[in-house]
Write a protein that binds this ligand. Sequence first.
Ligand SMILES: Cc1ncc(COP(=O)(O)O)c(C=O)c1O
Length: 412
Amino acid sequence: MNIFASSESIVRSYCRAFPARFETARGSSIFTVDGVEYLDFLSGCGSLNYGHNVPVLKEELLDYIANDSISMSMDLETTSKEKFLTAFNDTILAPRNLNYRVQFTGPTGANAVESAIKLARKVTGRSNVIAFTNAFHGCSLGALSLTGNQHQRESSSSLLNQVTRMPYDGYFGDDVDTSDMLAKMLDDPSSGIDKPAAIIFEAVQGEGGLNCASQEWAQKIQAIAEQHGALLIVDEIQSGVGRTGSFFAFEPLGIKPDIVCLAKAISGYGLPMSLTLFKPEYDVWKPGEHNGTFRGNNLAFVTATAAILHFWQDETLMQNVRTSSAQLTDFASKLTNHGNICVKGKGLMTGFEFDCAHKAKRIQTACFENGLIIELCGPTDAILKPLPALNISQDTLDRGLGIIGKAISKSG
Ligand SMILES: Cc1ncc(COP(=O)(O)O)c(C=O)c1O
């Protein structure tokens, strides 16, 4: 029995699908202790947007450490945080005409979600939050109460309250507009739904199955939130930082959320860092009211700043996302004679849904045996979800798709 099996909790999960001892990584490749290469289409569940150990970020980080610069600072003012805030405001927010205050939360996506719902409750003086089917917002208690997945909810089911679940866009098929259902129920004083503090959704649902909110639906949800005095929270933890073809996945939807949650890829290097962004008028926190020891991960600020300055000054990265996602869709269109394979998602959150979860699992296993690490998602894990680096080359993506294609052929 190895040390992981004997010492580490049964709760570990990815290592079960990808049983190997990993040691080094560069770009889109990750290597085992024996030097075996795997293509990494898991990318730290979308955290490694620019691949592993990106040279330009690594250099900045090594210089920073070599200078005895501050690594941990709680919420003290540091030069690395100053540089991050300046780059984030100048390069990301201002050009998009977004005026948000930035809150550095504890360094998990779930903590950004916790702070978002606490803030909305504090602003409105209400408790109820509207969340959607197939949503995934994290596994801490508040975030889990918003999450749909039964497997995760069962870890703490009796404590998940003050949330009303509504159907996400398309949940009942194309003919039913689920925003109308929400509007009707909130308009009806006898529907049994308490006035919400917030409505929270993902523009593209990551764990829940690569479902995309349409522009019309998102705009109606924003109007409903406004009409009922609720704050609109968009969870960009998986879909944000360029994964769907724009920095924020909500941009093409033509909405301006009151609160936005960001984490995963924001540091650009897989270093823990999370942000909650909100309109200045909602900055009603008392100092220290929501806190956390590790809000000041300066190493993450350094790589986040370098990533913004290096990758977000022009359209090159987003052009690569567009080309690569077209490659994914084209690949799927050629997969005939393999049962129903449905293409879902957007940008480099585009995946392939199979008619049964067992088949998806077999394909994932065959991919691993042939050198590719790739995740499954959706309510029953029937969707193969490639999350490659956004700057992946066409050749490397082709190599990965070749492995997936062979695995699908073998799966019958
Ligand atoms: C949309 C979304 N929200 C929140 C989270 C939770 O983030 P974390 O695992 O860092 O707590 C995730 C994680 O996958 C996510 O995809």
